[in-house]
Design a protein around this ligand. Structure first.
Ligand code: KG4
Ligand code: ZN
Length: 361
């Protein structure tokens, strides 16, 4: 089975070919990701219109290159899998329409894939993990803990009630005058900082409700920064270190609860595992805290290589393969309309936003 994957939901344009042989061995034949960071840097964040245009300009060439890298002709693939949501709708339209055109011209099946499902199934591509397991998704757009029970079978255990964790990093960076994208720059500045200088709140810590919250922390950072303005280099480092300590502490508290819940609900799973995905998983302080937490609760800690942890098209092609082999691909995706909001779990109640387009978180 060989699937061409396409990803355009945010600020990465990506194409990949993934193959599964009869013995069940998977190979990523190509995986090309073009980041738009430079296009957006001047604006301090992703500008949807610029993103959509950049996808249009790059996508066809990228797909051609991904096929060439994989030594694959369109005739050789079984299906085209494209991210159809959630994400910025302009980018989704570009990716899904391109996929529809290719599928139509080549007479192939089209699979409309949920971007979050791509993240959720990645540890099966990289580590052959078996169900069930817990996923912590921490990116610029999402902060969720998801129980992954099977292909198409997900239960959201926790989500943010306001900002995503990556967003909190990015906004903190912006407030402190650090360049975009904020996360890596906050981490870098924090290396020389005193994490004990500012006692920032640990939102939701100890609360029975399982969710995350980061907007109060953002306000606390702003107040602290304003109080000591103008900020010197050491001040910025200290704010970053204190902020990072607070989010890590809050995250560990929330994830710890989920690990306990998993062990209670699945006492028979011999080797429980926590998987991380999303850009914030690149943060060493966050990683170390999660690793320690997993050791404490008897969990394996699975962190796919960063290139497959952040947005990419191999995970979309892989989700397509998983759906095809589980016979869950459903109807052909030709009629699928891109969805800016598309929760992975249709059962858990929306926490933020509702209405026609569905839950935001
Ligand atoms: O998964 P990702 O590449 O894209 C999506 O949001 O889908 O995640 C990007 C987010 C940004 O908010 C970025 O600031 C954050 O991940 N990030 C980090 C680090 N590297 C990236 N946050 C904290 N520490 C990092 N080292
Ligand atoms: Zn993502």
């Amino acid at each position: 089975m060989r699937v061409l994957g396409i990803e355009t939901s945010c600020d990465e344009t990506a194409a990949s070919v993934v193959a599964l042989d009869d013995a069940g061995h998977v190979r990523i034949l190509s995986n090309i990701v073009l980041s738009q960071i430079e296009e957006h840097a001047a604006f301090g964040g992703v500008v949807p219109e610029i993103a959509a245009r950049a996808h249009v300009e790059a996508l066809d060439g990228l797909i051609e290159a991904a096929l060439a890298d994989a030594d694959t002709r369109l005739a050789d693939i079984d299906a085209v899998a494209a991210t159809a949501g959630p994400g910025l709708v302009g980018g989704l339209i570009v990716g899904l329409m391109t996929a529809k055109a290719i599928a139509s011209a080549a007479g192939k099946r089209l699979l409309a894939i949920n971007h979050l499902e791509g993240h959720a199934l990645t540890p099966r591509l990289t580590d052959g993990l078996s169900f069930p397991y817990l996923l912590l998704l921490v990116s610029g757009g999402h902060t969720q803990i998801v129980l992954v029970r099977g292909v198409g079978d997900y239960q959201r255990w926790a989500t943010t009630i306001d900002d995503a964790l990556g967003e909190a990093f990015d906004k903190t960076a912006k407030m402190l005058g650090l360049p975009y994208p904020g996360g890596p720059n906050v981490e870098k500045a924090a290396q020389d900082g005193d994490a004990g200088r500012f006692a920032f709140p640990r939102p939701m810590k100890g609360e029975a409700r399982p969710d995350f919250s980061f907007s109060g922390l953002k306000t606390a950072v702003r107040q602290a920064a304003t109080a000591i303005a103008p900020l010197g280099e050491q001040d910025v480092a200290d704010v970053c270190a204190s902020f990072q300590a607070a989010v890590t502490d809050a995250l560990a508290d929330r994830v710890g609860r989920a690990l306990v819940r998993f062990n209670t609900e699945f006492p028979d799973v011999a080797a429980p595992a926590l998987v991380v995905a999303g850009g914030v998983a690149a943060n060493q302080t966050v990683r170390e805290a999660l690793l320690a937490l997993c050791a404490e609760h008897g969990f394996g800690f699975v962190a796919p290589p960063l290139a497959l942890c952040t947005d990419n098209a191999a995970m979309i092609a892989w989700a397509g393969i998983e759906r095809l082999r589980a016979d869950l691909a459903g109807e052909d995706g030709m009629d699928f309309v891109p969805r800016s909001r598309w929760p992975l779990d249709n059962v858990s109640a929306p926490v933020v936003g509702a209405g026609r387009r569905g839950a935001k978180a």
